[in-house]
Write a protein that binds this ligand. Structure first.
Ligand SMILES: [Zn+2]
Length: 108
């Protein structure tokens, strides 16, 4: 299943504070990103020592990704930057992924 995902950076890198991507294997993709692979921006972030968190996912592929990007600011999509006014009923991250090392910092 295709998933669109949003990463929130601990610190901004230039103008970038987020990364929005899509993948058919989120766990593998995040592992790649942790290794500084798969996306140029993530490689730069990794090299700069900036940690990141997976903050949100949506079901869908590239088309959904484009839709979300077209809406503008990534920060508006980010629950860390923009806590929802009303209790958010969405799923923060896919089942089984919560508590894994991908979700929070540290490479240990
Ligand atoms: Zn954010």
């Amino acid at each position: 299943m295709e998933t669109v995902y949003l990463l929130h950076f601990e610190r901004r890198y230039k103008h970038a504070g987020h990364y929005l991507g899509s993948t058919s294997d989120l766990v593998a993709r995040l592992a790649q990103h942790r290794a500084g692979q798969g996306a140029r921006l993530l490689a730069v972030i990794q090299a700069a020592g900036i940690d990141w968190h997976l903050v949100r996912t949506w079901p869908g592929g590239r088309q959904r990704e484009r839709q979300l990007k077209a809406r503008g600011g990534r920060a508006r999509l980010c629950p860390l930057c923009h806590p929802p006014q009303r209790r958010w009923s969405g799923q923060l991250w896919p089942e089984g992924l919560a508590g894994t090392s991908f979700l929070s910092g540290g490479s240990q």
